[in-house]
Design a protein around this ligand. Structure first.
Ligand code: ZN
Length: 341
């Protein structure tokens, strides 16, 4: 039986290509994703994160659980704006085999077998001036989704510290600029993403937003108590806005033991889907792989493992309607509503 096309809520492929070179549109074995492999896997469209890393992150210092590491150092707006523009330009340069989508109608065409769709997403709003003076320019460039923060502080909000086991309840909530950014996103039709926010930030966005709120790449804290995952109350609150939670394939956020161990079975993905469906409803479960941004299960391997994830969900009892919702239907509903067509 054929599998539904997929919309994926998060990848860091632009950062991989920016750092290590290579091509978005030519097939290779590098990293997790390129357009040919994505198409082969039935991925119709994905959120491409523009993420400007902090200097001086000692990734090797992040050990096995239990762990607690602080927020990453901030990045300044000028540097972030230049780097972000360079990464967004990678998408523009790939236009042809890949299409930078700006409307839900264009995403529908991707699902129907049209071009491969890229959704331009900011992971951390540092490239946006705190007075929002360049937000319109980014919208014109094709920006359609913003995660207010990565795991650090900026002018808008504060990120979740890395903890296992632990919560994201540390630090301040949205700033005045953060609240203004949420309002401006809703006015323009830009998705607001709470992944990487701390507890007060998530609460602040949920209180402020009138439309759907999403978590592009987060899992269930009740299954894996990582500070990057969402509590049951947060899952239900996101569902109440009409939003979705994209299941992230990062092993440290999937595995109940939180270990950086790639032997995590696809069954761990199913556990998070089951839990979020139970707490929030199947209409609010989606995918948000974090391809090229996370250590993922060997059983998935790269984007070509997506069909195995869908097959596992089918084997776990999800019927065609539910499978279609998780694969692309729920994301599409949110994009239609937020982008208004
Ligand atoms: Zn991330």
């Amino acid at each position: 039986m054929s599998l539904p096309a997929v919309i994926d809520g998060h990848n860091d492929t632009l950062l991989r290509v920016r750092r290590h070179g290579g091509s978005l549109v030519e097939r290779s074995e590098a990293g997790h994703l390129d357009v040919p492999r994505a198409r082969e896997a039935g991925l119709a469209a994905g959120f491409f994160a523009v993420f400007v890393p902090s200097d001086r992150i000692d990734w090797a210092a992040i050990g096995e659980p239990p762990y607690e590491f602080p927020l990453a150092p901030p990045v300044d707006t000028d540097h972030a704006a230049l780097e972000a523009a360079a990464m967004a330009d990678l998408l523009v340069a790939a236009e042809g085999p890949l299409h930078l989508v700006r409307t839900a109608e264009e995403v529908e065409r991707c699902i129907a077998g049209g071009p491969f769709g890229a959704i331009l997403h900011l992971e951390g709003a540092e490239p946006i001036e705190p007075d929002l003076s360049n937000l319109d320019g980014w919208y014109e460039r094709g920006l359609r989704s913003i995660g207010l923060v990565w795991s650090r502080q900026n002018a808008f909000a504060s990120g979740a510290p890395g903890r296992y086991p632990g919560s994201a309840d540390a630090g301040r909530g949205l700033t005045r600029a953060g609240r203004a950014l949420v309002d401006a996103c809703e006015r323009l039709g830009i998705v607001v993403d709470v992944s990487h926010l701390n507890t007060r930030g998530v609460r602040g966005v949920l209180r402020r937003a009138r439309g759907p709120v999403v978590a592009t790449h987060s899992n269930a804290h009740a299954v894996c108590p990582s500070s990057r995952n969402l509590t049951d109350a947060e899952l239900r609150a996101i569902a109440a806005t009409g939003g979705v939670v994209g299941i992230c394939f990062s092993v440290a956020m999937l595995r109940p033991d939180g270990r950086f161990d790639t032997r995590a079975p696809i069954a761990d993905v199913v556990r998070h889907v089951d839990h979020i469906a139970e707490q929030a409803g199947i209409d609010h479960v989606a995918l948000g792989s974090d391809f090229d941004g996370a250590v993922i299960p060997d059983e998935i391997g790269d984007v070509t493992g997506l069909p195995r994830v869908l097959e596992a969900l089918r084997a776990a009892g999800y019927g065609d309607d539910d499978l279609r919702k998780v694969a692309h239907g729920n994301w599409l509903r949110v994009l239609r509503e937020v982008w208004r067509g």
